[in-house]
Structures are given as C-alpha cells and as structure tokens.
Design a protein around this ligand. Structure first.
Ligand code: SF4
Ligand code: MG
Length: 335
C-alpha cells in the first residue's frame, strides 16, 4: 500500500534574467505505508525543497505527487485543509518553528483549534497532556515557554505538535542534525516508538547517510536536484552502485574501533556545481572519477538494475558501449 507516489517531480525557481534554479529536477519514488524512507544528500541538493513541494508548501513546477491516491497539487480548498491534517512536518531547528511567546500548551493546541478537533478546552487539554507524555515530557511542562527547554526537549515539543492532528505521514527535515550526538539517538528512538504505536509513515531527510542508516527501510540518494540511487537500507550499504553513493558511504567511519576499516576511502573532489547552471548529461560528471564521454552528452536513465534497486548511471546501462573513463577526471584518493 502506497502512502506517497512521486512522479517526475520538479521544482524550479525563477530568479529573473532567464536564470532558473532547478532545485528539484525530476524525482520518482514511492513511500509505502508504515515505512521510513530516508532522503539523503549534501546541503543544497534539493532534499528540503522536495519535502516542501510534497507538502504543497511550494507549488510544483512539473510532475505529480499522489498522497493516499490524491494529487496534492490539485485539491479543492476543503480537500487541501484535510490534507494538512494527514501530512505534518518536523523541522531541523525546533526553536525557530516554535513561537517564543506561546506556552507549550498553546503551541500544541493551535493545530487542534484550527481544525476544530475538540468541543471543550478541557477535552483539548486532556489531549495536550496525553501528547506531552507520548513524547516523553509531562503535564508540568504545558505552561512553560520554549526557551525554558533544551534542544532535545524542544524537538519533542515539535513532534507533539506534529502528532496533534493524528497524521499519516510525517516529513522530518533533518530533525536531529542540530542536536547533540547524545540526544540524537533519544529522538530517533522516540520517532521509532511513535511509528510503531501509531502506524506512522516517515519521510526522513538528512545530509548524512549515517543518520538515516538505522531508521530507514529504504533510502534515496539525491545529488543536484536528481535522485541518483534508491534501494533498501541494507542493499545501499552492502552494495552501493552509484559512484556518488560509494563516495558518501566511504566517508562514514566505522563506529567500532576494534573493527578494522578495510574499505577504500574515497574522497570526492571539487565543489557541487550550481543548480542554476548544472552540468550537461550526468549532473555528477564534474566530480565523478569514472565519467566517460557519454556522461557529458546523455542524461543517465533511471533504471531498476536489480529488484528494488534503482540507479541513474551509465555504468549500468548496456546501451552505452564505450565506458572508458575520461582522463583528467577527479581522482579517487584512496588510502
Ligand atoms: Fe559518473 Fe557517468 Fe555514472 Fe554520472 S553517469 S555517475 S558521470 S559514470
Ligand atoms: Mg535543508
């Protein structure tokens, strides 16, 4: 059962003077009910824009987003209002998204008031207390203000607010990136427990593969507005196919100091090109050690190279005959 279907989704920003920023340039993926889908890429790759376009916070430029089989960009006002209940977002910086002048109770109540969920304040407050407990806080926190809390506690408040409307899908945009390492695991554990209890579906956005490795069922890797690889979490770590994924993975240190890290360390050289003037052909070619002539001319097709393993790279395309790497490409630095 599919909660979300994303088809050739594009979000371009017109910057004037014929300059167009292609933040998201043709994404295709599904998210199944009850799963956690990790969306990963370096900052500026378009992952947050993708999240916001899926939420209909940005109008799409092209393509389609089906949420529970409904096209989110083609809804009546009433349907859109309902959709807002079923899809919620949590943000990287909970502090910036919590009104400093509102009490925790007001922050969590607000969506319930907008959607007229409870007839009396008493019923609503009972729900607020329940939500606070569900996220590991308690009713004594209800009358306090965001600045009185630690970063991890604020993220819990943000999660409680997202849960207030009992959503199906939560889009979490780097929800743990701003937190201390010691607190990150607690928030991840909380999200996992809530998912199990409530049957939630997550789109979990992160800039680092190590952050999504444990929580995700499947992972999509983005680079410069494109998805370059998508498969199950295990498959991605065991057998990454795209040169970009391979480079990202080799940058993750093995956490156990007793295990010798025998993998090749691959360092990606060079800066990410601008999404205003992306490279022709494969967008990764300016940094890819294996780039061949075809990479500058032909855009790689998104293909399922083995079951449930998608990749966009000419290395896996039998129609490309000459796969000799071009001289002068950035080197793999191995050690
Ligand atoms: Fe590298 Fe070419 Fe594959 Fe792009 S298509 S990742 S440039 S080998
Ligand atoms: Mg972002």
């Amino acid at each position: 059962e599919k909660t979300l279907q994303v088809r050739n989704l594009k979000k371009h920003f017109n910057l004037g003077k014929d300059r167009i920023l292609k933040a998201v340039d043709g994404l295709n993926f599904d998210i199944y009910k009850g799963e956690t889908f990790g969306l990963v890429g370096e900052s500026g790759c378009g992952k947050s824009t993708a999240g916001r376009t899926i939420m209909n916070l940005y109008k799409r430029t092209d393509g389609q987003v089906l949420f529970n089989d409904k096209d989110v960009h083609h809804l009546s006002d009433e349907e859109n209002f309902k959709l807002k209940r079923q899809m919620q977002m949590i943000f990287q910086d909970p502090y910036a998204s919590l009104n400093p002048r509102s009490t925790v109770a007001d922050i969590i109540s607000e969506p319930m008031i907008i959607h007229k969920l409870y007839k009396t304040e008493k019923e609503r407050m009972a729900r607020v207390y329940e939500l606070l407990e569900e996220v590991g806080l308690n009713r004594d926190h209800a009358n306090r203000y965001p600045h009185e809390f630690s970063g991890g506690q604020r993220q819990r408040i943000g999660i409680a607010r997202a849960l207030a409307l009992d959503p199906d899908l939560i889009i979490a945009d780097e929800p743990i990136s701003a937190l201390d390492v010691s607190v990150q695991a607690q928030v991840v554990n909380l999200l996992e427990r809530l998912q199990e209890d409530k049957g939630l579906t997550y789109l979990f956005i992160a800039h680092d593969l190590s952050m999504v490795q444990h929580i995700s069922d499947r992972i999509g890797v983005m680079y410069l507005g494109h998805m370059v690889e998508l498969t199950s979490s295990e498959q991605l770590y065991d057998k990454p196919l795209h040169p970009y994924t391979q480079a990202l993975l080799s940058a993750i240190p093995i956490p156990d100091p007793d295990v010798e890290d025998s993998r090749e360390q691959v360092i990606i050289e060079g800066e990410i090109p601008s999404p205003i003037d992306p490279p022709s052909g494969c967008v990764f070619r300016t940094r890819c050690p294996l780039a061949m002539e075809a990479c500058a001319e032909v855009k790689p097709v998104w293909q399922e190279v083995e079951k449930d393993h998608f990749v966009a790279c000419h290395l896996y395309n039998d129609d490309i005959e000459d796969k000799t790497p071009i001289k002068g490409q950035p080197n793999l630095i191995t050690n």
